[in-house]
Write a protein that binds this ligand. Structure first.
Ligand SMILES: [Zn+2]
Length: 405
């Protein structure tokens, strides 16, 4: 059980200064500084820090993290990265995956992340090796990080050609994955692939998270297919569509029509600006599109939109610091959101995508937050300072906890 702590002089994102008391892993009191009526066993000053509900990485690929220098992707696009990865897959061992994934988890933890949903390659050549390695990582870091492992099923999954992949998907569920997923837009029958993956998720009682419309083709319609099927079957299920950059190639009227259906179906959307800016629109010099999910219009329709980093220093994205504040900065520059919205996308809304409910700093909620040394929220996103205090379930996370298992 965690000790009761009074965190004093915390600056909230609206600029107000408060004290926060924690007890038994929960927030027990929040109010004007110096007025807490509770007795706590410890005081920690957060003077000079901006405090937000902790960061959540809703879309990672921990099995590929830090492979940038082992795989070449001369074309720099999505298919180039996939081909490069397949070429070296036999060299990627279980311990190799665990080691690189743990390095990424530690980095994200230092940056204030307390929850990660990672996709795990589920392919014929690699079998369940990524799934098994990432389930081990999930266990190894459970004292400071809540990890979900999502199957990322290779294609095709439809028709006769997809038989082996469909069997592999069921093996991944038996192995203990937390989330069902795949890439319908790469399948010969994208609509059939969406339907198969959704049915599988519902049947297994697991959330669905698709790599949806990760291209700049205006006829790519994974997100709309998912919404149509969910509405047709009157489904109430935890569903997320990641990427959805093809949506930005459609007319505003079409975006609004699709967004209304996505909202009605309760589907969340995760924007991944860094990797999509890296992969899409390669070699186009005149009027290149931005490859950014249309966040404003989705939000206007009532869709919960989150944002994440996706790949971390691998052939899909050679850069990245495992820092949601870096993604927040990119969102402000490329998607023109405010600092408050940017932080919401990488914290409370990302929590909604991963856990089905938004996180917030309120009495009775888990005492899970991050304090960043900065003058205000905008500056914290602009500077991304390394000085952060990470609290997970009322416990201040340090390297002793990170290295315990
Ligand atoms: Zn991805």
């Amino acid at each position: 059980m965690s000790a009761s702590i009074l965190f004093t002089k915390a600056q909230l994102i609206d600029g107000s200064i408060v004290d926060v008391a924690t007890e038994d892993g929960l927030i027990a009191w929040i109010g004007p500084t110096g007025r807490c009526p509770l007795t706590t066993s410890k005081n920690i000053s957060l003077s000079g820090h901006v405090v937000t509900t902790s960061f959540v990485e809703p879309h990672a690929h921990l099995d590929k993290a830090f492979l940038a220098d082992r795989i070449s992707n001369p074309s720099g696009d999505l298919m180039g990265a996939i081909r490069g990865l397949e070429a070296v897959r036999p060299t990627i061992t279980h311990n190799d995956i665990v080691e690189r994934a743990m390095r990424a988890v530690h980095l994200m933890s230092l940056n204030g992340v307390t929850s990660i949903r990672t996709h795990a390659d589920t392919t014929i050549s690699g079998g369940l090796s990524s799934v098994r390695a990432l389930l081990e990582v999930k266990n190894k870091c459970s004292d400071f990080m809540d990890v979900q492992v999502a199957m990322l099923l290779e294609w095709p999954i439809t028709g006769v050609a997809g038989k082996e992949h469909r069997a592999l998907a069921r093996d991944a569920i038996s192995a203990g994955i937390d989330v069902v997923g795949g890439c319908p837009h790469l399948d010969l029958d994208p609509q059939g692939a969406v339907e198969f993956l959704l049915n599988l998720a519902v049947e297994a009682g697991l959330p669905l998270d698709l790599h949806a419309d990760e291209n700049m083709r205006s006829d790519s319609s994974d997100l709309e297919h998912l919404a149509d099927i969910a509405i047709r079957d009157n489904l109430s299920h935890q569903m997320n569509a990641s990427h959805c950059v093809a949506l930005s190639t459609k007319s505003e009227a079409d975006i609004d029509r699709i967004a209304a259906k996505v909202s009605a179906a309760g589907i969340t959307v995760t924007a991944l600006p860094q990797t999509n800016l890296f992969l899409q629109e390669r070699g186009i010099s005149t009027n290149p599109a931005r490859a950014i999910t249309p966040i404003h219009r989705l939000q206007q329709a009532g869709v919960i939109v989150a944002a994440g980093a996706d790949n971390l220093q691998d052939p899909f994205n050679l850069v990245g610091r495992g820092d949601p504040l870096e993604i927040g900065s990119l969102l402000m520059v490329s998607a023109h959101v405010t600092a408050a919205t940017a932080i919401q996308l990488v914290s409370s809304h990302a929590h909604h995508v991963v856990h089905g409910v938004a996180s917030c700093l309120a009495v009775g909620e888990p005492a899970t937050f991050v304090a960043t040394l900065a003058a205000n929220l905008r500056e914290s996103i602009a500077m991304g300072p390394p000085d952060r205090i990470v609290v997970y379930g009322g416990v201040v996370i340090d390297n002793q906890i990170r290295n315990r298992k």
